[in-house]
Ligand binder design. Structure first.
Ligand code: HH2
Length: 276
């Protein structure tokens, strides 16, 4: 990834820009207004993001799939305008044709919650020469949270990611990042186990963690006897998870709240003695 050099100073921060009507936390925020979405992306960069992740299809539990034409209509104008404004862009899509269009418009990263399992995905990424992020998911978004089960969640997720990296490298994809897929077919205990095991995944490839505002944060709160929090009220928990993930060796954090996360990372780093 072009922005890789910063890793030595802590993880990169990826700002989430969902141009969807139905994302679990920020869906419907920009409607069809490209200018407002771009403004939000620029604000993330000003707040300290390293890259903006543009997504046009929600993958929340139970989300409805989006067809190609609609996803293209949502994503491409925003990617194009951000690239024109000099913003490093990643595209969050499961569809090779959308990834191709976005990379041809200047996106440098393909972030795929389906780990490039679609037909022709690996060949497309290799031909495009973009960086890719492969995420682990058990099942499909419609049903993944129904009853996720593992014999050994860390071992199974690590084996899966290792195998995907091997297949993609063999297909000619040069820069592959891995993501344990927090909340994608995982219980609270399984999410916690994965976050504690980030050093295992970091031995496979650079690790991205997406814990921001996810429901496990609300579940930890209720386990302590507090009231369940709405997605937008999970800021403190999200920042705690980000700082923890950074300490566990995450190379990139995918977050909604860029300014708060960047501040927390900076302060944690200064207190730990890695410069201010
Ligand atoms: N999580 C979401 C979407 N894309 N990509 C990666 N690599 N890792 C993640 O954890 C991840 C992801 C879900 O979050 P969000 O985009 O906020 O919601 P939605 O899928 O509803 O648009």
């Amino acid at each position: 990834m072009r922005v890789k050099a910063k890793i030595t100073h802590g993880p990169l921060v990826m700002g989430i820009l969902n141009v969807t009507p139905d994302s679990f936390s920020d869906g419907g925020r920009y409607g069809d207004d490209v200018a407002r979405a771009v403004e939000a992306g620029l604000a993330m960069m000003a707040a300290g993001a390293d890259i903006v992740d543009v997504g046009g299809e929600s993958t929340r539990p139970g989300a409805a799939p989006v067809d190609m034409a609609e996803e293209r209509r949502r994503v491409l104008p925003v990617v194009t305008a951000l690239v024109r404004a000099g913003v490093p862009v990643s595209v969050d899509t499961m569809k090779p044709a959308i990834a191709r269009a976005a990379v041809e418009a200047g996106a440098s990263v393909w972030n795929d919650v389906n780990a490039l399992n679609a037909p022709d995905a690996a060949e497309t990424a290799a031909a495009l020469g973009c960086s890719v992020i492969v995420m682990h998911m058990q099942g499909a978004p419609a049903t993944m949270q129904a009853d996720p089960r593992y014999r050994d969640v860390v071992g199974e997720v690590a084996d899966y990611l290792r195998a995907r990296v091997r297949v993609l490298a063999a297909a000619g994809v040069r820069d592959v990042w891995v993501d344990p897929g927090i909340g994608f077919g995982k219980t609270l205990a399984q999410n916690v186990a994965l976050l504690r095991a980030l050093p295992v995944f970091a031995q496979i490839a650079p690790v991205l963690v997406g814990a921001s505002r996810k429901s496990f944060i609300g579940r930890i709160e209720t386990a302590d006897g507090a009231v369940a929090s709405h997605e937008t009220a999970r800021l403190g928990g999200s920042v705690a998870a980000a700082v923890f993930a950074a300490r566990q060796g995450a190379a990139m954090l995918r977050v909604h709240d860029v300014a708060e996360t960047v501040q927390a990372l900076r302060v944690a780093r200064a207190l730990e003695g890695d410069g201010a």
